[in-house]
Ligand binder design. Sequence first.
Ligand SMILES: Nc1nc2c(ncn2[C@@H]2O[C@H](COP(=O)(O)OP(=O)(O)OP(=O)(O)O)[C@@H](O)[C@H]2O)c(=O)[nH]1
Ligand SMILES: [Mg+2]
Length: 501
Amino acid sequence: MAILFGKKKSQLELPISKNKSKLSPKRNNDSRTWTKLSLFCENHSRKLILLLVAVGLIFTWHNGTFSSGQVSTMELQDPEYYDYDFLEADIDALKKYDNGAEHYLISKGGEEALTPADKELYDAEVQTLYGSTVQHYDLSDFKGSSDGVGKREHVLLLVPLRNAERVLPLMFKNLMNLTYPHELIDLAFLVSDCSDDDNTLKALIEYSKEMQRGTLSELFAENDSDEAILQEEGTRDLFLKYMRPSYLKMVEKAYSAPFHKGYDKPFRSIQIFQKDFGQVIGQGFSDRHAVKVQGIRRKLMGRARNWLTANALKPYHSWVYWRDADVELCPGSVIQDLMSVGYDVAVPNVWRPLPEFLDGEQAYDLNSWPESPDALRLAKSLDEDDVIVEGYAEYPTYRIHLAYIRDADGNPKDVLELDGVGGVSILAKAQLFRNGVHFPAFTFENHAETEAFGKMAKKMGYKVAGLPNYTLWHIYEPSDDDLKLIAEKERGSKRAQKGSP
Ligand SMILES: Nc1nc2c(ncn2[C@@H]2O[C@H](COP(=O)(O)OP(=O)(O)OP(=O)(O)O)[C@@H](O)[C@H]2O)c(=O)[nH]1
Ligand SMILES: [Mg+2]
């Protein structure tokens, strides 16, 4: 429904009448008027039409009666009902056009101009408008099942980002590569605490727009061919020549056409948030892995994740999928695959490639584990606020890590029940978050963030699993020590080329 106001002959402005009868709906047969009206509809955005609806409603309320003399009791008076969508409208400026004009009630998408005799229909349309502001959800319809695609379940896909500009192309390619129907996925990104010289937010907005237009893969194809030229000119990352050729082939295959048929399809929506949480620990590989900083860093990440969930989760979401930006290889069907195991929380295994001189690959995410008696004993010996960080000699937990029980040729649907989970790729039913499971930004059972999330989920009665043989590959970022080794090797090969000892 839209209420549009016609124009008095000499008036070109947008007229709103106070003096004439409120609904003065003489059908104007002047075709020019209709042409103008339809042009008006076409040229002005939905926003302006909604503005007119709003102004019309306020106006009819102000005047109290329709031409039939009946007082309408249902008008929404508070300007807040109207100004959310009309932030740019200057109501005072509009008022000056208020000197008499004919106006029409246009209904059914502009097909009908109503007369006073149509008041019943008008009232019905007003009721429809008000009715549309009330929504009822039966959350048992959004519990999440193992057949999300078949049941058309909505997924909220959440990605935290910090100084991530460099990995954004990688991330977007992986997002487009998801074969879960894009129209069922709402994306929400949280950008926090980036350095001044970082461009994550700007690049994220641009890539997101391109993706929703369906043109992002073209943009990447152009950029990648520019990059190929640069690589030929010798600016290629040095470490690549030390990586396993079989891994590099997998990467090349994953990022080359043909892609799945929904690759370029826009997602249902994208929301981008920027909020700092005061993270000061460097985002470099060695900075962020120092054991001393883990507790603080992880608690701040917990805060960021909770903030993002609270802002982005809608009642119609059945699943929430958390994904880090720095994943290099991931099956496009990861969401369906994690759903299919029938757990409330499911995580894959996460490994990373390494240079061949460092064994070529390594278990990466050690945060997914079943609890161990040693770790429980260790926790008892710690202060209540201490955070156990997995994979560090300072915390001998002797846990079995999901990462280490991987069998590269094993059944990818095998599961291991877990207590702690890593955050690289977590699929969880949305109802967990609605029921209060979150990423503790405080010490919870001597853990924080994602590991504490897994523990809390278990404690609240949910089933948590990991898939040891289902592997995602995290990017390789050379540590300071690796860089030294690579530099030594480069010097060695240069000396060999020159024939010096
Ligand atoms: N919003 C936000 N995102 C962050 C922050 N720190 C890291 N991230 C993002 O969170 C994801 C994981 O970050 P990583 O730095 O890889 O941290 P991690 O996965 O815990 O550690 P690694 O296991 O070393 O990879 C990435 O997408 C980062 O861009 C932060 O402080 N705020
Ligand atoms: Mg990472």
